[in-house]
Design a binder for this molecule. Structure first.
Ligand SMILES: Cc1cc2nc3c(=O)[nH]c(=O)nc-3n(C[C@H](O)[C@H](O)[C@H](O)COP(=O)(O)OP(=O)(O)OC[C@H]3O[C@@H](n4cnc5c(N)ncnc54)[C@H](O)[C@@H]3O)c2cc1C
Length: 476
């Protein structure tokens, strides 16, 4: 095991992609195997020393940032234990980097459907946040593909949880081989495609679902078994630009209705402000464009391309950028990923935090939510962009305040958006989680009592309350 104590050696573990400042830790433990993980948690439990689990550090809500205590980094638990071509599953240690995993799968003509967007993340980080990815419009999030996990609890007990083996009974769940039993919360998950807000809860829930998305607050995931599928057939990509947002929304409606016929994997959206900022880097963005969608679809032999052409001629876009090679794909996804980079640069220049929403709502309420965003943002006069996973009813609103007064108004707007999203049956976090940044929204979603119910589970499982302090729950 490596132990780092020199401050300059541990600086890297005090940050992630959230830009949250003030992280501090007295040491970083880097175990090489499960026995060492057990040793570390036992030591921290005995001393009641907070322990924060660190993976790829790509989280955007400060989840892996410690505010005291020690850090356990899973970076050396990085073995792909097995890829089973016949059974279509893979067993990985928690610290396997997603990019490495995808490459190994590709050599065997296999694919991991959650296809997480940020490939330097670890599989353990993805499970702990229930991450989604480029094709979650078709395949859904990480949760759906996790069939077994191994978790080290803060007592040092190692638990193996296989999907389907431990199901809630009469409102209670028990962790096998332990005396831990707890009541499942009364609140229920919203009926939407993506949700990473707080602990999972449903009447007949599976124990594995509690740990998925628990943001390092319940145990250290050391091993993960996931389903994989055969490599995808050829895919085409297309960015389509429209003269009006109404035309953009009309085609989105039709594409959602024809999702299966067209075999769509991804349906993303950019508003006119997004295109304005992107044009500086992509001068080909048409001047007249007021909205854009980016799609990926399987190229099937039964005429999906013809159907696509028909659809485009019906909606008469001002331009479209079509691609069917890996190079084209990279260019188009480069276009997609450029926007958050541009926004982050603006924010840095303005020296104000980014106000960035992660709200997802049910399909039936999506257009109501979208109208609400547009009305409130245009009357606010605040600089902003709206973009993201329109296929999954999960748009990101980024507000770019230029001074303190604008920052305050941007925060108020975020509260309004969260309230509206919840009222429409949605979630305050579609994919990023709560971490150390979004507690107040979680409280809006599940109420004081819902947070207490989660707290009772946390206390039952992590009895010394040392894991992931500050994540999901406030410190007090
Ligand atoms: C450019 C960019 C694009 C992104 N796009 C997306 C996107 O499209 N969809 C999406 O969902 N996210 C996205 N993210 C966010 C991020 O990639 C995910 O949240 C990811 O799952 C974090 O994984 P990580 O390995 O980096 O974890 P970290 O950031 O290191 O940790 C995340 C959380 O998981 C906990 N944790 C980590 N490992 C374990 C473990 N083994 N056991 C228990 N708890 C653990 C940590 O304590 C922390 O709370 C993006 C991030 C960036 C920077």
């Amino acid at each position: 095991m490596i132990i780092k104590k020199e401050q300059e050696q541990i600086l890297n573990y005090l940050e992630d992609a959230s830009n949250l400042k003030g992280g501090k830790a007295e040491s970083v433990f880097i175990p090489e195997n499960e026995e060492e993980v057990v040793e570390i948690v036992r030591e921290c439990s005995a001393k009641k020393l907070p322990l924060t689990i660190s993976a790829g550090g790509t989280g955007v809500v400060g989840g892996r940032i410690p505010f005291g205590g020690a850090v356990l980094s899973t970076e050396r638990l990085n073995k792909v234990i097995e890829i089973n071509d016949r059974g279509k599953y893979a067993i990985l240690q928690a610290g396997v980097v997603i990019d490495d995993f995808l490459k190994e799968l590709s050599e065997r003509c296999l694919f991991y459907p959650p296809f997480p967007t940020e490939r330097s993340a670890f599989i353990g980080g993805n499970v702990a946040t229930n991450a989604s990815g480029e094709y979650s419009f078709k395949f859904g999030c990480t949760r759906r593909y996790v069939r077994r996990i191994k978790v080290v609890l803060s007592s040092g007990v190692v638990v193996e949880i296989r999907r389907g083996e431990v199901i809630a009974r009469h409102g209670f769940l028990r962790i096998p081989s332990t005396d831990i039993e707890f009541k499942i919360p009364d609140y229920r998950m919203p009926d939407i495609m993506k949700n990473s807000a707080g602990y999972y809860s449903s009447a007949d829930m599976d124990l594995i679902d509690l740990f998925i998305g628990s943001e390092g607050t319940l145990g250290i995931i050391t091993e993960v078994e996931v389903n994989v599928i055969e490599q995808l057939p050829d895919i085409f990509f297309c960015a389509v630009f429209f003269e009006s947002s109404q035309d953009t929304f009309s085609i989105v409606r039709e594409l959602k209705a024809k999702k299966d016929i067209l075999d769509l994997l991804c349906l993303e959206y950019f508003d006119s402000n997004s295109l304005y900022y992107l044009k500086e880097f992509y001068p080909r963005v048409p001047d007249a464009a007021e909205g854009c969608i980016l799609v990926a679809a399987r190229m099937s032999s039964d005429g999906s391309l013809d159907m696509w052409d028909e659809l485009l001629s019906k909606y008469n876009p001002v331009d479209n950028w079509f691609g069917d090679s890996e190079k084209h794909k990279e260019e188009l996804y480069g276009f997609r990923h450029k926007l958050p980079e541009i926004v982050n640069d603006i924010i840095r220049k303005n020296n104000r935090p980014k106000i960035s929403t992660d709200i997802a709502v049910p399909e039936a309420k999506f257009w109501q939510m979208n109208d609400f965003y547009c009305e409130r943002l245009s009357s606010s006069g605040l600089k902003h962009v709206i973009f993201g996973h329109i296929g999954e009813c999960h748009l990101h609103v980024n507000i770019l305040p230029e001074n303190e007064e604008e920052l305050e108004r941007a925060k108020e707007l975020y509260f309004e958006f969260a309230g509206k999203g919840i009222a429409l049956g949605g979630t305050v976090s579609g994919e990023h989680g709560i971490g150390k940044r979004k507690h107040h929204f979680l409280k809006m979603m599940y109420g004081e009592e819902g947070i207490k119910e989660m707290g009772r589970i946390k206390n039952a499982i992590d009895r010394n309350c040392i894991l992931g302090i500050g994540n999901i729950f406030t410190k007090e």
